[in-house]
Design a binder for this molecule. Sequence first.
Ligand SMILES: Cc1cc2nc3c(=O)[nH]c(=O)nc-3n(C[C@H](O)[C@H](O)[C@H](O)COP(=O)(O)O)c2cc1C
Length: 214
Amino acid sequence: MSDNHRTHHRIDYTKATLLEHDAGDDPFVLFGRWLKAAEEEGLPEHNAMALATAGSFSISCRIVLLRSFDREGFVFFTNYNSRKALDLERDPRAALTFFWPDHERQVRIEGRAEPVSGDENDAYFHSRPRESRVGAWSSDQSRVAADRDQIDQRFARWQERLKDQEIPRPAHWGGYRVRPVRIEFWQGRPSRLHDRIAFERFDDGSWGRMRLQP
Ligand SMILES: Cc1cc2nc3c(=O)[nH]c(=O)nc-3n(C[C@H](O)[C@H](O)[C@H](O)COP(=O)(O)O)c2cc1C
């Protein structure tokens, strides 16, 4: 038997279209509409996005959750000592991709990531459940551990240490804002003739729109 796995899975995308008059001239408005549609539909992890970063040795990609966005950029939170953070410190270029299969939609964002302010970090940190705040102290994200027990024991020790007190934000925990220079919207269409509308930011801060071939 061959161990070469092939898949012939194929869907014809028919749910919606993305024409210039729906797309409008403002990528943030369109993104907001698509994100809200995914949220209102109750799509699982509707705010999950793949984040790609460039390391000195390789490119890597992982899922993180979008916590807020506005014209300044797209914000996620993480550990500032993690692999993604070390990558971004070296090379702030980042790419984000959302995929909402139920809506046959993808959004691709490219830009530069910068750490969010201490005040913004504190505000979000203190809105998180207590366990997550303890976890921020106990986990050295992306470092090697001996085994699962070591991780659970570290968590238990930090829980004990932080018990009965307001948990401060560790300096190694915080967010990044990806300031976009390019945002592309993809809507699946029949016969692989998908709609693709991309926006690019000019130096004066305005955005230009273009249609791409599928
Ligand atoms: C649905 C989902 C949501 C996630 N959200 C986050 C997040 O918001 N922040 C984060 O640091 N890791 C998040 N993770 C874990 C990351 O994918 C990754 O495992 C972790 O951040 C370590 O990545 P790194 O070693 O490249 O830094 C999430 C994973 C999944 C599957």
